[in-house]
Design a protein around this ligand. Structure first.
Ligand SMILES: *Cc1c(COP(=O)(O)O)cnc(C)c1O
Length: 230
């Protein structure tokens, strides 16, 4: 398939998965994950139907995003944020940071935001799969975490993010997404009535995520091809 065909195929699959559970496909944002991919490929994708792009490394984003000449609708940061990279990241005006999982980093982020007089939308990353290798806070710690984050004046929590368990077992993956949705519903009722985003689902599991309520799916390899890290 060509790049255009892959983008159209993913959009079609988003539509089918949404409709299978009576959801409006327009309520699911397709975030094209462009990490490790070249500026020319990203530019091509922006001409062929990608509007929202996500990167997971600040340095890489810092080098590539300015070269896209604003041809995207939104840039999202989806990786682990180190506190010494906050300044650089903010210069790229991320519409959304998906991956807040430490109070210390959030506090520093807030200090930078106050200085530049900006409110930043963020998601809280939750580790729903209990895998050690993954970032994200434990489900049991969410409520305390939200309590602390709510004191930070310039940080606006708009939802939650998770990475599904890396397994072929679809029911195990589904459990992760269901857990995130349950936490989301609780928070919305109790302490965060304004939240709207559930960022979950990647190339291999986005349809399950949509069935469970995802509003943002983060798709890399199924659109841009496998990543080569050498
Ligand atoms: C790389 C990455 C993705 C995309 O993964 P694919 O399997 O290539 O679709 C999504 N979310 C995060 C946080 C990532 O780092």
């Amino acid at each position: 398939m060509t790049l255009k065909e892959r983008i159209e195929d993913i959009k079609k699959r988003i539509e089918i998965a949404s409709q299978s559970v009576g959801r409006n496909p327009q309520d699911v944002m397709l975030l094209g994950v462009t990490k490790t991919k070249s500026v020319s490929l990203i530019l091509e994708s922006l001409e062929k139907g990608i509007e929202f792009i996500g990167e997971n490394k600040v340095q890489e984003a810092y080098e590539k995003i300015p070269l896209l000449n604003g041809k995207f609708k939104e840039f999202h940061f989806i990786g682990h944020l180190q506190s010494n990279k906050i300044n650089k990241l903010l210069r790229l005006n991320p519409a959304l940071i998906h991956s807040i999982d430490k109070i210390s980093t959030a506090t520093k982020l807030n200090e930078h935001l106050i200085k530049i007089d900006r409110i930043q939308d963020v998601l809280i990353q939750i580790n729903t799969s209990n895998e050690d290798s993954k970032f994200g806070i434990k489900p049991s710690e969410v409520y305390d975490f939200v309590g602390s984050l709510k004191n930070l004046s310039n940080i606006n929590i708009t939802g939650l993010m998770t990475i599904g368990k890396l397994t072929d077992n679809k029911e195990e993956i589904r459990k992760c997404f269901k857990m995130l949705k349950d936490i989301f519903d609780d928070l919305k009722k109790e302490s965060l009535p304004g939240i709207k985003h559930l960022s979950m689902g990647m190339s291999h599991d986005f349809e399950i995520a949509i069935e469970e309520g995802a509003t943002i799916v983060r798709i890399g390899s199924a659109i841009f091809g496998e990543r080569n890290y050498d």
